[in-house]
Every structure is written in structure tokens, then in C-alpha cells.
Ligand binder design. Structure first.
Ligand SMILES: NC(=O)c1ccc[n+]([C@@H]2O[C@H](COP(=O)([O-])OP(=O)(O)OC[C@H]3O[C@@H](n4cnc5c(N)ncnc54)[C@H](OP(=O)(O)O)[C@@H]3O)[C@@H](O)[C@H]2O)c1
Length: 252
């Protein structure tokens, strides 16, 4: 039975990955800060699908915005006795406001989650995956990482880094049994916008995605060997249209 480690598993897209991967027969390692919520989710998975043959789903409380928290998860990813077959780099936070008037500590946590945590965890996971010649690293970046919008300068820059890192690693992995894929959703109904108070469209807007749709598209794209997953037809069409326009125009 394959094992998947998911960061930011207590809510939104991470919780949707956890539910879907458990249903598909994965043993889970669930990472986030809120331990009682992680326990609840693991309990729900045991109730619905029973305990995996290899042992119960694991919960690993960690603050990935800190070096200490990341070290705990890196150590778990390097544990050759209980190998992780799929890493889902998903934990993230939003923000509201311009770069200069947003709290510097909040921006720093957003940056650490979107860049350093993705870099450190991916690096730790790939050592064993490449040696075993199997595995996958999915990084939940954002549509903002493909097409800059008004999502916050630092958020957009961090997501651009995540998309670029994932694409370069995917190129380096070509010819191995290991995959890397960036997941680039647009506005998705989760807790993120409520938590950060970020700007988003009316609830009735057709631009909204559901977390389950993001996960379904990602896992389908992974099975097809793709290195980038953009859920939602509207977003794919927008990207195709923008790609066809002169860069100077779309940048504005
Ligand atoms: N929702 C959208 O519109 C949207 C669009 C594009 C991309 N994304 C990306 O999708 C990913 C998931 O976001 P979401 O929308 O599902 O948000 P969400 O519902 O707010 O969930 C965020 C998850 O990240 C965890 N988290 C936050 N800070 C953390 C920290 N310091 N250490 C460890 N875990 C932490 C949270 O758990 P705890 O609070 O328990 O730690 C929670 O499980 C993010 O990377 C986000 O940037 C979201």
C-alpha cells in the first residue's frame, strides 16, 4: 500500500487530497499545525476505510513556516523504513494588501511556506524516491504562479518560484520512475480567503473551483504523466489566450 504525505491536510485542498488518496488505498501522513484537527481527520479515514494494512494513518503536527517544524517532516520523509511514495506540498496562507502595508511576519510565514518548505521537503523526499525509482511530488502552487494578478506581490512571487522549481525538477527526473507536478488552481472554495480576508469574486462567480475538482484534475493529470495541472476549463482557456498575446500587453 503506497504512503502519501500531505502538508496542510486539515482544511481545503489538502483535506480533499487526504480524503481522495485514502479512498484510493493510500496510507496517509497528515501534516499541519492543528493536532486535534489532524486526529479528527485520521479518525474519519479509519472509520470510513478501516486502518491500512501497514498500520494506522499518521499525524505529524508541524509548523512549516519554522526550521524546527520543517526538520520534523524532512526527517519523516527520509525514513527509509517507512518510505513515502507521494509528497503533496500544499500548506499555504493568503494575505491581503500591498507588500509594504502587510505585516512583515505574516508575509514571511507565507514566503517560508511557499518557498523554503516546498524546497526542503521536496529535496528530502526525492532522495529516497529516486533511489527506489518510484514516487511523485505534487506541489500545490497557484494559477497566480502562471499568470500574475492582484494576489499579493509576495504570494505571486512565491507561487512563481514553486511552479518553476517543480518544472525544472520534472525535467531533471525525465527517464526515472519519479514524477514532479505543479498544481495551479485559481479561486477555490476553502478556508484560505476567509482566514486571510483576501479579495475574491462573488460566491456566484463561475471562476470558483471546488477542492475536490482540483484534486480530481491533479490526479488525472499525474496519471497522464503531465508536469503541470490547471483545473477548470475557464482557467485553461484564459491561459491559452494569454499565451497567444504579446508579453508586454499581458504584463500590464
Ligand atoms: N483557495 C484558493 O483559492 C487557492 C488558489 C490557488 C492556490 N491555493 C493554494 O492551495 C494551498 C492550500 O490552500 P487552501 O486554499 O486549501 O487553504 P486552507 O483551506 O486555508 O488550508 C490551508 C492548510 O495549510 C495549513 N497551514 C497553514 N499554515 C501552516 C503552517 N505554518 N504550517 C503547517 N501547515 C500550515 C492549514 O492547517 P493549520 O492551520 O492546522 O496549520 C491548512 O491545513 C495553498 O498553498 C494555497 O496557496 C489556494
Amino acid at each position: 500500500m503506497p504512503t502519501a504525505l500531505i502538508t496542510g491536510a486539515t482544511a481545503g485542498i489538502g483535506a480533499a487530497f487526504a480524503r481522495r488518496l485514502a479512498a484510493d488505498g493510500h496510507r496517509l501522513v497528515l501534516v499541519a499545525r492543528d493536532e486535534p484537527r489532524l486526529d479528527d481527520l485520521a479518525g474519519e479515514m479509519h472509520e470510513r476505510h478501516g486502518a491500512p494494512a501497514e498500520g494506522k494513518h499518521e499525524v505529524l503536527p508541524a509548523d512549516l513556516a519554522t526550521a524546527e517544524g520543517r526538520a520534523v517532516v524532512e526527517q519523516r520523509l527520509r525514513d527509509g523504513a517507512a518510505p513515502v511514495d507521494m509528497l503533496v506540498n500544499n500548506a499555504g496562507i493568503g494575505s491581503v494588501g500591498t507588500f509594504w502595508d502587510t505585516d512583515a511576519e505574516a508575509l514571511n510565514a507565507q514566503f517560508e511556506l511557499g518557498t523554503t518548505a516546498v524546497f526542503r521537503l521536496t529535496r528530502a523526499a526525492l532522495e529516497g524516491m529516486v533511489e527506489r525509482d518510484r514516487g511523485a511530488v505534487l506541489t500545490v502552487a497557484s494559477f497566480a504562479g502562471l499568470l500574475a494578478g492582484r494576489n499579493g506581490a509576495s504570494y505571486t512571487a512565491a507561487k512563481t518560484y514553486a511552479v518553476s522549481l517543480s518544472a525544472e525538477i520534472a525535467a531533471e527526473l525525465r527517464g526515472t520512475g519519479v514524477q514532479a507536478m505543479a498544481v495551479c488552481p485559481g479561486w477555490t472554495h476553502t478556508e484560505l480567503h476567509q482566514r486571510s480576508g483576501s479579495d475574491c469574486p462573488e460566491d456566484s462567480s463561475a471562476w470558483w473551483l471546488e477542492a475536490d475538482e482540483v484534486v480530481d484534475t491533479a490526479l488525472r493529470d499525474l496519471a497522464r504523466g503531465r508536469t503541470r495541472s490547471v483545473p477548470g476549463r475557464r482557467y485553461r482557456l484564459l491561459l491559452a489566450a494569454v499565451d497567444a498575446m504579446p508579453h508586454a500587453f499581458t504584463r500590464r
